[in-house]
Design a protein around this ligand. Structure first.
Ligand SMILES: [Zn+2]
Length: 66
């Protein structure tokens, strides 16, 4: 059964940690490395600007890693 996603421009996400309204999100990048010295890609770390707890990660792999 497909999930219907409603585009809600008035939605303000809340931090699951401190319940602050997330009108903006802090982000930083870390460089992920494998067992060799090759750079595996960049990781983006998203954090609540109020309590600085991590909300999630994304990872961009190198083109050769798929
Ligand atoms: Zn927070």
């Amino acid at each position: 059964m497909p999930i219907i996603i409603n585009d809600d421009p008035d939605l303000v996400p809340r931090c699951p940690h401190c319940d602050a309204e997330l009108t903006e999100i802090s982000a930083t990048t870390t460089v992920a490395r494998g067992s060799s010295s090759f750079t595996m890609g960049k990781r983006y770390v998203y954090a609540c600007p109020s309590c600085r707890k991590v909300l999630g990660f994304t990872q961009r792999k190198g083109f050769w890693a798929g």
